[in-house]
Design a protein around this ligand. Structure first.
Ligand SMILES: Nc1ncnc2c1ncn2[C@@H]1O[C@H](COP(=O)(O)OP(=O)(O)OP(=O)(O)O)[C@@H](O)[C@H]1O
Ligand SMILES: [Mg+2]
Length: 257
């Protein structure tokens, strides 16, 4: 049976969307059948990044109980030159949809959690997906908590910014531990100098000391990523870039978790 991987963080802008999209594509390129889901309903990004203009149904509709998940899933396998490997469930980026979903009450969120948990059978068992990757909202919003509850593994994207450290420690113990989730740290936007100067082993020890959680990967801050302006799928466009190599290493480690 496959796995559900949620990419989460305490603060916004730590690289969740970049990591979840490129990790999902990397797994697909490794021959896995992958479905990437945009669970960041407060600021949906995947429809824009992947230039999905007119979807008939969105993930919002599935969670609302208005349609089944098959109606939301878009097969983008050909974009990455593979067959039947890469599917996406985008969230509705319209203002009405964002306002609608952020105004939902606890009862609705509980029902949405039930629908999310149902995906384990619907996608991993019945449709033989190897991975479902959740791109989430930062912090403790309901939709993010639901994503974590439904996931097998949580990748916690964090930076070395001191404002991020305390919050990340808090969610590691107050959220992932609470739900008994396996959490792995992804240190993002590490300056190249830091990663060379400190070295991998020291970085690993530092993460263990600070977070009491393992370091899955450290990703340097790459100007090429900023320059690309999110206009394409980085690992697909730049197969020889160090970021792409890091994504392959990360995917291989996730396979072994
Ligand atoms: N390692 C990196 N090197 C250079 N730029 C990066 C790196 N990681 C992320 N970025 C850039 O930082 C910005 C924020 O990244 P991203 O949108 O993935 O963060 P996020 O955690 O999903 O944000 P949000 O919480 O708002 O959803 C993007 O412009 C992205 O391209
Ligand atoms: Mg994001």
């Amino acid at each position: 049976m496959g796995k559900i991987v949620a990419v989460h963080s305490y603060k916004g802008g730590t690289g969740k969307t970049l990591i979840s999209l490129n990790l999902a594509v990397t797994l697909a390129k490794m021959g896995k059948k992958v479905c990437l889901m945009d669970l960041d309903f407060r600021a949906p990004s995947l429809s824009i990044l992947l230039k999905i203009e007119k979807a008939q149904y969105w993930l919002n509709d599935y969670l609302n109980g208005s349609c089944e998940i098959d109606k939301v899933m878009i097969d983008l396998s050909l974009r990455i030159a593979e067959k039947d490997r890469f599917y996406v469930c985008p969230a509705n980026p319209s203002i009405e949809a964002i306002r609608d979903i952020t105004a939902r009450d606890r009862k609705w969120e509980m029902r949405a959690l039930g629908r999310l948990l149902f995906l384990r059978n619907a996608l991993l068992k019945d449709r033989a997906f190897d991975y479902v990757v959740f791109d989430t909202s930062p912090g403790l919003q309901y939709s993010a908590i639901n994503a974590i509850v439904a996931a097998d593994i949580v990748l916690v994207a964090t930076t070395l910014d001191s404002s991020d450290v305390e919050g990340t420690r808090m969610i590691l113990h107050g959220l992932y531990d609470l739900f008994e989730k396996k959490a792995e740290i992804v240190l993002n936007k590490v300056t190249f100098l830091d990663s060379v100067r400190v070295g991998r082993e020291k970085l690993q020890k530092m993460v263990k000391d600070v977070y009491s959680a393992p370091l899955l990967e450290a990703i340097p801050c790459f100007c090429e990523i900023s320059k690309a302006e999110g206009k394409n799928i980085f690992v697909h466009e730049k197969p020889d870039h160090p970021f792409t190599k890091i994504m392959y290493e990360m995917a291989t480690k996730i396979e072994k978790l």
